[in-house]
Design a protein around this ligand. Structure first.
Ligand SMILES: [Zn+2]
Length: 237
């Protein structure tokens, strides 16, 4: 049985002497694990497709225990990422988060979010913190775990975020404090798509705080401490 699909490499690990096992995120089949045989041996096939973040059109065939790559045409390699260690480590974090998406997730939406975020990191000068805030918020929305940006109890403007229970106003509950600026940024990102989602402003301090809070929330919902995020953070110290 053959399968044609687009896919982004989330993870690539060596398997035996020459083979690689790739975890792909595909729009139609979600996450799939495929075997890439003799990477680098076949002169007609570039080795590029077997690297992290590379987006290709795949021809796969069904092997004994997993799909095997018959051919891969690279559509986008995001070369720009390889020139900036900070943006590269953030891309790795995005791929690691995408690899934790649920089985029921809207894979097409997640693919599109990841491709767009990788493009912005790789080929534009857009502030990486903005790219991260939007990626994390949209990831939580796609996963169905992003809270409504109003008090869960009375519907008023929220001022606190409880990861377990949602957002609360000053009077209704407890959680991590949020300023009005952070609340409007979260509202803006959650209500806008495409380029518009990135058009909001936050003070430097608020952006740093919100970035940390969203990463903590993503770690909470994925039940994972991401080592790529720890590495990304260590670069900005
Ligand atoms: Zn309330």
């Amino acid at each position: 049985m053959e399968l044609q699909t687009d896919g982004i490499v989330l993870k690539a690990r060596p398997y035996g002497e020459r083979d690689m096992i790739l975890t792909l995120l595909t729009p139609e089949h979600g996450r799939i694990t495929v075997l890439a045989r003799s990477v680098g041996k076949n002169k007609k096939q570039s080795v590029l497709y077997a690297q992290n973040f590379v987006f290709s059109h795949y021809q796969l065939f069904k092997g004994k225990s997993m799909y095997v790559v018959d051919s891969a045409d690279v559509a986008e390699a995001f070369y720009g990422l390889r020139e900036d260690i900070s943006r590269l480590s953030l891309a790795q974090y995005f791929a690691d988060v995408a690899a934790k998406s649920g089985e029921e997730t809207d894979a097409a939406a997640l693919c599109s979010l990841l491709l767009n975020s990788l493009y912005l990191l790789s080929a534009t000068e857009l502030d990486e913190r903005l790219i991260k805030l939007v990626f994390e918020t949209k990831f939580c929305i796609i996963e169905g775990v992003f809270p409504s940006v109003s008090c869960v109890n009375c519907g008023k403007t929220p001022a606190k975020w409880s990861f377990r229970d949602g957002l609360f106003c000053e009077d209704c509950g407890n959680g991590y404090p949020l300023t009005a600026g952070m609340v409007s940024a979260l509202k803006h990102i959650s209500e806008n798509d495409g380029k518009k989602a990135y058009l909001f402003s936050l003070s430097e301090d608020s952006a740093r705080y919100l970035s940390k809070l969203l990463s903590d929330y993503v770690a909470f919902v994925c039940d994972t401490e991401f080592s790529s995020l720890a590495y990304y953070r260590s670069l900005s110290l």
